[in-house]
Design a protein around this ligand. Structure first.
Ligand SMILES: NC(=O)c1ccc[n+]([C@@H]2O[C@H](COP(=O)([O-])OP(=O)(O)OC[C@H]3O[C@@H](n4cnc5c(N)ncnc54)[C@H](O)[C@@H]3O)[C@@H](O)[C@H]2O)c1
Length: 382
């Protein structure tokens, strides 16, 4: 078993998800490479969070409030970085200059300028294995849908709809935090937060937007500041992007709609993908995570099949294949995808890897064009 020693920068929501995935690596009996958490860094070091890590991971030998100290640690091979978006550029570039591998969180730079700088730095460091997170392709139903893409089962693509819908910001009394402040979250707003998740499968499929018309909404314009007052909230809550998209395998184009919404009444954490084709169609939503709906044409009839999925995961798990799959299972699979590709230099299958740096760059071109499209009320070429 090969061990990759990890430093974690950012111990919030996602830093701990990685900790939990690393702690149950025994769930994946076929893996011959595993992560070991040896160092932690966070700007603030809340006692309960640090204790949670140090009590569960006896391998941790460094806890610091300065990311530069962690990066200089010679006992760290790779870094998982989950910090606010305005820090991606400086910390990701520093990690690469140290020669360590990186799994960075989306959107991989607060804006296109920052992403361009990170991308150039990656080119300078071919020795570093660099990917951006994306866990939704690892839902077994999505893996099956992706298998249909690989098998060219859809025929000519008629239309694709993809989205990620929350209602986490529906309550106007929810106090502001960094994800609702331009300086830390970025001008993309909800697109920066949710968009890479939505674009990953279409981009990996070779479905490339050639232009975009976007409508962006700022619905809650001020929020409590948590100190008894109110402050302006200028980030985009919702975005609807409509793109003429090229299937690069065939040269044909089709319409693709991408929705990223933080204020989608009735939705909690809904990631969905619907592909309509001339030979078959399929759709998946995390609202019903075991279900893959597939439609084919047989003897002149449209036949809708409902496939129930369980733990038919890309990376075999000890959980019986009939049992349900969830968010933290997807995070564990994503980590397996990152480490498998680090070791084997290629993903287990085309759709069982994390986001490529080039795919983050394409997402930044799309979201920057979407900002321009909304501002000028025009369709913008990519
Ligand atoms: N993959 C997913 O499903 C998913 C979900 C949520 C967030 N994210 C992404 O993860 C990243 C972090 O989001 P989060 O929800 O975990 O945020 P969070 O606010 O919960 O945690 C952020 C962490 O960064 C630390 N931090 C801030 N400044 C720092 C600095 N200068 N040096 C070191 N640490 C610093 C904070 O102390 C905190 O521990 C973002 O890029 C976000 O888009 C991904």
């Amino acid at each position: 078993m090969e061990t990759i020693r990890f430093g974690v920068i950012g111990l919030g929501l996602m830093g701990r998800e990685f900790g939990s995935a690393a702690a149950r690596w025994c769930h994946l009996p076929d893996m011959d490479i595993r992560p070991e958490i040896v160092a932690l860094c966070s700007k603030t070091l809340p006692e309960d969070t640090v204790r949670w890590f140090t009590e569960h991971f006896s391998t941790i030998s460094q806890v610091t409030g300065d990311y530069r100290e962690l990066i200089m640690n010679p006992d760290v091979d790779a870094i998982y970085c989950a910090v606010p978006h305005h820090l991606h550029e400086v910390i990701y570039c520093a990690v690469l200059d140290s020669g360590k591998h990186l799994l960075g969180e989306k959107p991989f730079g607060i804006d296109k300028r920052a992403n361009d700088i990170i991308t150039a730095k990656i080119v300078e460091h071919p020795e570093c294995f660099v990917r951006c997170t994306s866990q939704f392709p690892f839902f077994p139903a999505v893996q099956k849908l992706c298998g249909m893409i690989e098998d060219d089962a859809f025929g000519e693509i008629i239309e694709v709809e993809a989205g990620f819908l929350h209602s986490s910001d529906l309550n106007p009394q929810k106090p502001i935090n960094w994800k609702r402040i331009l300086e830390y979250n970025g001008e993309y707003g909800c697109m920066g937060d949710l968009g890479m998740h939505v674009c990953h499968v279409p981009f990996r499929a070779g479905w490339i937007p050639r232009n975009v018309r976007a409508i962006l909404s700022n619905i809650v314009k001020e929020r409590p500041d948590g100190k008894g007052g109110k402050v302006p909230c200028k980030t985009w809550d919702n975005a609807v992007l409509f793109s003429e998209t090229e299937n690069t395998a065939t040269g044909e184009t089709f319409p693709m709609t991408i929705k990223t919404q933080r204020i989608a009444p009735g939705e909690k954490n809904t990631w969905y993908l619907s592909v309509l084709g001339t030979k078959a169609s399929a759709r998946f939503s995390t609202r019903n995570p075991r279900l893959l709906q597939v439609m084919g044409y047989y003897s002149g009839e449209q036949v809708l099949c409902e496939i129930q999925t369980g733990q038919e995961t890309a990376f075999r798990s000890i959980t019986g294949s009939i049992f349900e799959f969830g968010f933290s299972d997807a995070i564990l699979q994503m980590w397996a995808g990152y480490l498998y590709e680090l070791k084997n230099k290629k993903p287990m299958n085309k759709f069982a890897g994390c986001v490529l740096p080039e795919e983050t760059a394409l997402s930044h071109r799309l979201f920057s064009a979407a900002l321009e499209s909304h501002k000028n009320r025009t369709t913008v070429a990519l």
